[in-house]
Design a protein around this ligand. Structure first.
Ligand SMILES: C[S@@+](CC[C@H](N)C(=O)[O-])C[C@H]1O[C@@H](n2cnc3c(N)ncnc32)[C@H](O)[C@@H]1O
Length: 269
């Protein structure tokens, strides 16, 4: 298969990536045949998977608006993915054009596409970085000069921690970010859960381990709440995606009780 112009050299086009598979689920165009096949395979197991992806994006938008309303003007979006409708800079800068957004992702396709769409936006850029190496990630973030670590930061960990197994010490990474930002900062987390539909969660987890090999880790309610580490969860706590401060019916892509994702926002006191 020929490498499309948007795909950086060296990208393995024969192996699905979580970023491109998620883009395929959302109907995006920055994915390969292997990603579309992996997305279709997962949809055969759980047909309402695209609703989950939309529900997650809707939570992201609500959380960003909430953080801007709470006074946050700079965002560090880690595991930001391939840009798609309702990106963080679009949502935040629609309220205040001075909002600054730094996207970080481990996937070169996600970073290349983010840089392409951000060309000309002085208040947003993207870095290739690994959440499992928070010191290096933070050093790179400082080097961009975009984030002032003396001012509150909105740290976004949306649908990324479930790509880390317990061996990757996700709580330590979340705490390292807590320690790097000043009081008044926030973290927003969304995460795949086994709490609501354990059979569907088991099917998807098994498929991701043995078939697509993207390695998803569905976690229970208490495990996800524990991932907030030193951050203090704010109301309504860790809840199903559609139940986190819903704004309108249009925003409700999933039925409460059926969401395969939990989400919450925490604050640094
Ligand atoms: C399912 S996508 C979520 C994209 C976006 N945050 C959203 O929720 O719409 C997960 C993203 O996390 C990225 N990712 C996975 N492991 C990562 C790591 N260790 N460090 C940084 N990014 C990572 C993947 O490349 C992918 O783009």
């Amino acid at each position: 298969m020929e490498r499309p112009a948007w795909a950086p050299e060296g990208v393995d086009m024969n192996r699905p990536s979580p970023a491109r598979m998620y883009d395929a689920l959302l109907g995006g165009s920055h994915n390969f045949e292997v990603d579309r096949q992996a997305a279709e395979q997962a949809k055969k197991l759980v047909p309402d998977l695209p609703r989950l992806a939309l529900s997650n994006r809707a939570f992201l938008r609500r959380a960003v608006r909430f953080l801007v309303d709470s006074g946050v003007r700079q965002f560090l979006d880690i595991g930001s993915g391939v840009p798609t409708a309702g990106n963080v800079h679009e949502v935040a800068q629609a309220i205040d054009p001075e909002c600054r957004v730094l996207y970080a992702d481990i996937d070169p396709v996600a970073v290349a596409h983010a840089r392409a769409i951000l060309a000309g936006n002085a208040n947003a850029t993207a870095i290739e970085a690994d959440l499992r190496e928070p010191a290096e990630l933070l050093e790179q973030a400082r080097a961009t000069g975009l984030i002032d670590f003396d001012q509150p930061v909105g740290v976004l960990l949306i649908a990324v921690l479930h790509l880390m197994g317990d061996d990757d010490a996700p709580i330590d990474r979340v705490n390292a970010l807590h320690d790097a930002v000043p009081p008044g900062s926030f973290v927003a987390i969304s995460h795949l859960t086994s709490a609501t539909r354990p059979e569907d969660a088991a099917k998807l987890q098994n498929n991701s381990t043995h078939v697509s090999k993207i390695g998803l880790h569905f976690r229970g309610r208490d495990e996800i709440a524990a991932l907030f580490g030193k951050w203090e969860p704010i109301e309504p706590g860790v809840v199903e995606l559609p139940l986190w401060r819903p704004e309108s019916d249009r925003d409700q892509h999933e039925t409460p009780g059926r969401s395969l994702g939990l989400a919450g926002v925490g604050r640094k006191a």
